[in-house]
Design a protein around this ligand. Structure first.
Ligand SMILES: [Fe+2]
Length: 501
């Protein structure tokens, strides 16, 4: 049964948007920062702050008195912040040639057994009103450490105006929440990557040497983001030899690392899906289905995707969980599995060459919320319905799954975690705390704590606020939220009118 959640909160945020409009929300209209600032490549000791300003000029990021200069004096700026303390919340101010803007972020947790929460959403393109409501809903996710976007953020990657829509709408969210992009078919242009993707985004390139596909580790989990649309084999489709080589090396490394308890793979197109006649890149999907066997060998927890505009959770024959989180704002598709869940034969819909199982499918907007705590993973599909209601949408948990890959006993005399080995489908929690910030409440949220972060020294910019829980500090930022949300809508309305002309 669907469980209503936070409808009151979303309604309140929608009210905040209205107040912002009434207030006129002028600061963005006068600013020369036209995209961002937004947060990329979160690390334990820093982050990358990205923005675009209207006129070429210098730029800086200031954190508690420490000034980081942009390497560019052009319109695009990517400033890599280093020397920060793990698991600590910082306020930052961007100075764009005299125009300032600010935000807040929390550095990554260094404790490999720290509990954390992340979100995943995809397919924001085309319907800006619905995308706006999804973003407004995501603003209520104050426990999330970062957001994964599974691609198709914009309608046409080679059109600058589409990126402007995206960043205008996303601005209140991604100025405070680090996020990671995935290349979708709409980001690519005839298998080429338009310059805007690399201009506006800065995912980590440490392991791959490219922004097209990449990986990072957060606490005890590895995140692999694949590119199925640009770094591909021409004509045939599917991943390039370089990308496959990198993927195999990454899987081998992470699956052999005892500190990595979970592996999450992100790619735009899903290996399986439930829309009649939905073929997409058939060769890519075939490859993904074959890769699902490889994923199973290496113990991948889940493959999280988009492309098909609905919400679905299924399972490959080898037992790999796949999620389709295509409910970020694009026009919804019908989902033939609604009311017809369960095992699908190899010939089902005439698209797939092997059988698979559909556990949940619904043609609604939404996103995925994942809580990781030691070996335990709790994955909730958050559904957004009644999305055009001016009083706010209805937000519900529409699907919940938990699994446990085996807990690790933390060092120290007070270690109390045992190898729980909870079977897939259980909602049981680990039977012991694994770190200072490990406690997870029954509703899946991580409660705030006031534990200070050790290790700060005089050479490190002091933290503005403590981030012991990893929660984004939204409570004291209501005026900024008012103006940000109001301006976001104003910008959208102005551009829509301009476009209609
Ligand atoms: Fe797509």
């Amino acid at each position: 049964m669907d469980t209503p959640i936070r409808t009151a909160t979303i309604t309140a945020l929608m009210g905040v948007v209205t107040l912002g409009l009434l207030a006129g929300g002028a600061h963005r209209a006068e600013a020369d920062i036209i995209k961002g600032p937004h947060l990329q490549a979160l690390r334990t000791d820093g982050i990358t702050v990205v923005w675009q300003q209207e006129n070429a000029g210098p730029g800086t990021v200031t954190i508690n008195g420490t000034v980081y200069n942009s390497p560019s004096s052009q319109t695009l700026h990517e400033v890599t912040i280093t020397g920060l303390v793990a698991d600590t919340t910082y306020s930052y101010t961007v100075d764009s040639d005299g125009i300032t803007d600010s935000g807040t972020f929390t550095t990554a947790q260094s404790d490999p057994l720290a509990c954390f929460e992340f979100l995943a959403v995809g397919d924001n393109r085309s319907i800006h009103e619905d995308h706006t409501t999804v973003v407004t809903t995501l603003l209520a996710e104050t426990n999330a450490r970062f957001l994964m976007n599974t691609g198709d953020m914009i309608s046409a990657g080679e059109v600058a105006a589409d990126w402007q829509f995206f960043f205008d709408i996303e601005y209140p969210l991604i100025k405070d929440m680090p996020w990671y992009p995935t290349i979708g078919n709409h980001e690519s242009d005839d298998d080429a990557l338009p310059v805007y993707y690399t201009d506006f985004l800065a995912p980590p390139t440490d392991t791959s040497g490219t922004e097209n596909y990449y990986s990072f580790v957060y606490a005890n989990s590895a995140f692999l983001v694949l590119d199925g649309h640009v770094d591909v084999v021409p004509v045939v489709g599917g991943f390039s030899a370089d990308q496959m080589s990198w993927l195999n090396a990454e899987l081998t490394q992470y699956s052999g690392d005892p500190a990595v308890q979970h592996i999450f793979v992100f790619t735009h197109e899903p290996p399986y899906s439930s829309k009649d006649g939905r073929t997409g890149n058939y060769n890519l999907r075939e490859l993904l289905r074959e890769a699902s066997d490889i994923f199973a060998v290496h113990g991948v927890d889940a493959v999280i995707t988009g492309h098909d505009h609905y919400m679905e959770r299924g399972e490959s024959p080898a037992g790999i969980r796949y999620y389709i989180m295509g409910g970020g704002g694009a026009p919804l598709y019908p989902n033939e599995s609604e009311g017809d869940l369960g095992s699908k034969p190899a010939t089902w819909e005439g698209l797939f060459t092997d059988a698979h199982t559909v556990h949940y499918a619904q043609s609604i907007h939404g996103y995925l919320r994942v809580t990781v705590c030691n070996g335990q993973v709790d994955a909730e599909v958050i559904g957004i319905t009644d999305i055009t209601n001016p009083s706010g949408p209805t937000v519900t948990v529409v699907d919940t799954t938990s699994w446990n890959t085996g807990n690790i006993t933390p060092p120290g005399p007070d270690a109390g975690v045992t190898d729980a080995g909870v079977a897939d489908g259980s909602t049981s929690q680990p039977d012991g705390a694994v770190s200072d910030d490990a406690a997870v409440s029954p509703d899946g949220t991580t409660p705030q704590t006031d534990g200070s972060t050790p290790g700060a020294d005089a050479s490190t910019p002091p933290a503005a606020t403590d981030g012991g829980c990893g929660c984004r500090q939204t409570g004291g930022d209501a005026p900024g939220l008012v103006f940000g949300l109001g301006l976001m809508l104003l910008g959208w309305i102005r551009r829509r009118r301009s476009r209609q002309r």
